[in-house]
Design a protein around this ligand. Structure first.
Ligand code: PLP
Length: 394
């Protein structure tokens, strides 16, 4: 790859990312093309973002048209794309209102504020605690980071935000023990993404819903990674019959432009009042014009395709040598491999052979575009199998 880019990146960009040696120049559908013209099949979607594929024509058209009309004006004025996306989000769910943010972390920060204000309005400060789960991931800003139930992310960044408790995922006894008359909300991912693609059990989620209903505890579902068709339904919680009070989404909503949303159900629809919350870029017309297109492609046919491709991947992966377990839902998959193989080595070897994949903790992770087809999957898995055998047999 072009060495100047690599050198200047090292000089001028904060050292937070251990980048792979690939200079991405173009994207087209499920393909990424680097600076030397080499093609890669993208099983990452920019970490679960470009669900409809790169440079998806209707999305490019809608965003460029909006760019020419009006790029930004702020939330002091009305714009059409934001209203359109909010209406589409509410109509696809039972949620009543939307607050637009710009990232998953920002959406979760807002969700935490909404939950706190709801409890403040009703219980005058008697309820001050939010329970999140161990092994969860909710983002890198301070309250979202505090909500994240993984010590590894907390190192060196204290003091943290007050009012969080952590319960063992899929252990209802532990959760019940942590619930008190101070609990105001429980926040969960349906499939713990960064935690290693770990789906929560239906019985566990049912029990959470039940206790939330009976004690007026708000259920916050973080669908930042699982949402927008990724798991084979619009939101993953829909497959479990849950009715959350607050839902956050981001990654897939923009298909490549930064946008996030906090969806507010009946209980919290009017919790936020004038001046309670805000963000300069939230509801940006260009990002919303793109999200509006994304919303139009969310339908049963796409979900069926996601489930079919997810099943195909799971079946084929499970039969591979050195694959110990495949977890996940829809096109959000984690692959546990033999401990003798370093996941980062697998990613590097696959990249060399024209396939882009991810890791999550010590697993491999696949988040391909939702529109990926059988042929692309076939090609990708052939490479992955070859790489696993090469590294495993060594
Ligand atoms: C990625 C992610 C976030 C953080 O989103 P950002 O846009 O990176 O701030 C929060 N929650 C979950 C479940 C995520 O996967």
């Amino acid at each position: 790859m072009n060495n100047t880019i690599k050198m200047k990146d090292a000089l001028y960009i904060a050292n937070t990312y251990n980048r792979y040696p690939l200079y991405a120049k173009y994207g087209n559908g499920c393909l990424i093309i680097d600076d030397e013209g080499k093609e890669y099949i993208d099983f990452t979607s920019g970490i679960g973002v470009t669900g409809l594929g790169h440079s998806f024509e209707p999305w490019v058209e809608a965003t460029t048209k909006q760019l020419k009309d009006l790029e930004h004006i702020s939330n002091l004025f009305y714009t059409k794309p934001a209203v359109e996306v909010a209406e589409k989000l509410c109509k696809k769910t039972d949620m009543k209102r939307v607050f637009f943010a710009n990232s998953g972390a920002e959406a979760n920060e807002g969700a935490i504020k909404v939950a706190r204000k709801y409890a403040y309005d009703l219980y005058r400060g008697d309820r001050s605690e939010i329970i999140t789960l161990k092994n969860s991931f909710h983002g890198r800003t301070l309250a979202a980071l505090t909500a994240t139930g993984q010590d590894s992310f907390h190192q060196n960044f204290g003091p943290f935000v007050d009012g969080f408790q952590y319960a063992e995922a899929d252990n209802f006894e532990d959760l019940k023990n942590k619930i008190s008359n101070k609990t105001l909300a429980i926040m969960v991912e349906i499939v713990q993404g960064e935690g290693g693609v770990v789906p929560l059990a239906k019985t566990y989620l049912d029990a959470i819903q039940d206790i939330c209903d009976h004690q007026d505890i708000l259920l916050i579902v973080d669908e930042v990674q699982t949402g927008i068709g990724r798991c084979g339904s619009f939101f993953a919680y829909m497959q479990y019959g849950l009715h959350p009070d607050i839902v956050t989404c981001a990654k897939g909503l923009g298909n490549g432009l930064p946008i996030a949303a906090i969806l507010l159900g009946d209980k919290c629809a009017d919790t936020l009042e004038f001046g309670d919350h805000g963000t300069t870029y939230g509801g940006n017309p260009v990002a919303c014009a793109g999200a509006s297109v994304v919303m139009d492609y969310m339908n049963d046919k796409l979900y069926a395709h996601v489930n079919q491709m997810g099943n195909l991947l799971t079946t084929k992966l499970s039969a591979m040598k050195y694959v110990k377990d495949v977890s996940g839902l829809g096109l959000m998959l984690g692959i546990e491999i033999d401990e003798s193989i370093n996941p980062r080595d697998v990613v590097m070897e696959c990249m060399d052979k024209g396939i882009l994949i991810l890791t999550a903790k010590n697993k491999l992770r696949l988040l391909p575009p939702l529109v990926i087809n059988e042929e692309e999957i076939e090609k990708g898995l052939n490479v992955l199998e070859e790489v696993l055998i090469k590294l495993g047999d060594n």
